[in-house]
Design a protein around this ligand. Structure first.
Ligand SMILES: Cc1ncc(COP(=O)(O)O)c(C=O)c1O
Length: 418
């Protein structure tokens, strides 16, 4: 295969088609081994859950999600996914949602709806903006750019949390949306949503919670007795919440949800076109044609697990978190961060974190991290066995010791979030 690091690849369509065997021989070596690829394949359930997700996905992968608002068999399944998901969020009577391709599209949908809502409720806004703590996910900047909006980011407190007063001070006449995270990827902490939503309500702007990570895990953490700050529709003023089924919902990618406090708010999401040739054109979200596999996969996993299954996997995830935490904190110079939910992050105090990161890469791990402050991210999920965790810890110990020994001459990796 050619060097895919170059910007431009010249690779004409072959004159004659390749055999299936050649296709397999070419692609099979690209499949990264387990468990080294686990963090980039996250988030997954254990093997049996993966089997269910894959079965439902492949059964329906050629069906077109284009028809999800219309074809009864598909509409029912999508609506049941939405109903099961929203039931976790202490909904109002008419709270509802839509199925999307991922956190980026879910957050985009909220921004788009808020902008449309702002045209009615914030008529003074000339160039609409979003106000959010600094930890807000880059999908907000991306969505805002698509929609020609601005994002005003506000300073955090010493614990990496959004500060309601800073948000209040940043809101101006162009603000249509306040957004905060439950939790953020960067620090895995839940912003003080109650205080922030109160500020948004006082200012008369849309309040969105990015629950991409939290929606399908925090309700179960709470049921297991963990005290988390309230962040869902229990909190007055919260108008929309995103939640990724392909994270702690354990469904096949791409699968996410955007939830609306009411059907009335959901109307700001839809774009209905009356095409002169095709007639009415209205989709569940941004995409037109898409595989229906992920809708069915999500339904299958949610029903396979049920509340008992999600609680069981959450308990297992806590065990895995504990194993990583104990194992990492005893490695010289490494320090785990305090997190409310997931993912897990740690940094190195004796060697550069980027050198430890490079050492993991050299040992075959597809590692993720943060650049400021430098940290390595562990996308722990219940697909990991104790042996997988121990193998990672052994390699991490070796990488850290080597980086300390090499001192300033240790190679530094380019830490990447994605
Ligand atoms: C808090 C948060 N929001 C949004 C996203 C974007 O999700 P996706 O990559 O599914 O588009 C992520 C992804 O990690 C995230 O952590």
């Amino acid at each position: 295969m050619e060097d895919t690091t170059s910007d431009r690849v010249v690779h004409p369509l072959p004159q004659e088609g390749m055999s299936f065997d050649t296709i397999k021989q070419t692609l099979d070596p690209l499949v990264m081994p387990e468990p080294h690829a686990s963090f980039t394949r996250a988030f997954r359930g254990p093997k049996d859950v993966q089997e269910v997700a894959k079965y439902a996905f492949t059964q329906f992968m050629s069906d077109n999600g284009f028809f999800s608002l219309y074809a009864p068999y598909m509409k029912t399944i999508e609506q049941q996914v939405i109903a099961m998901g929203v039931s976790l969020l202490h909904p109002d009577e008419t709270s509802t949602g839509n199925f999307t391709s991922g956190g980026t599209e879910s957050n985009f949908s909220a921004i788009h709806a808020a902008r449309n809502w702002g045209k009615v409720h914030r008529p003074g806004a000339k160039r609409p903006n979003i106000v959010a703590p600094h930890t807000i996910h880059p999908s907000f900047m991306k969505g805002a750019r698509y929609l020609d909006m601005d994002v005003i980011v506000t300073e955090l407190d010493a614990n990496g949390l959004g500060v309601a007063e800073n948000i209040a001070a940043a809101i101006n006449e162009d603000t249509v949306m306040v957004a905060a995270s439950a939790p953020s990827w960067a620090f895995a902490r839940i912003d003080p949503i109650e205080e922030i939503a109160a500020v948004a309500t006082d200012a008369g702007v849309w309040m969105h919670v990015d629950g991409c990570i939290g929606t399908y895990i925090s309700p179960f953490l709470e049921k297991l007795g963990h005290k988390l700050k309230p962040w869902d529709f229990r909190v007055p003023g919260v108008m929309s919440i995103s939640g990724d089924l392909h994270k702690f919902g354990y469904s096949m990618k791409p699968a996410s949800t955007i939830y609306w406090r009411s059907e009335e708010l959901q109307q700001y999401h839809y774009v209905s076109i009356d095409d002169p040739y095709l007639g009415p054109y209205k989709m569940a979200g941004l995409s037109g044609s898409r595989s229906a596999g992920s809708i069915f996969s999500a339904w299958a996993v949610m029903n396979y697990l049920g509340e008992e299954g999600y609680l069981r996997l959450t308990r297992r995830l806590l065990e895995i978190k504990d194993r990583f935490t104990r194992g990492i904190n005893v490695i010289e110079g490494l320090k785990m961060w305090e997190v409310d939910v997931m993912p897990l992050h740690f940094h190195s105090e004796k060697a550069a974190t980027s050198s430890v990161y490079q050492g993991l890469t050299d040992r075959g791990w597809a590692a993720l991290g943060l650049v400021n402050p430098e940290a390595i991210t562990i996308c722990a999920d219940p697909s990991l066995s104790d042996a997988d965790v121990d193998l990672f810890l052994a390699d991490l110990k070796a990488a850290t010791e080597a980086a300390i020994a090499a001192g300033d001459s240790a190679a530094k990796g380019e830490i990447r979030y994605g």
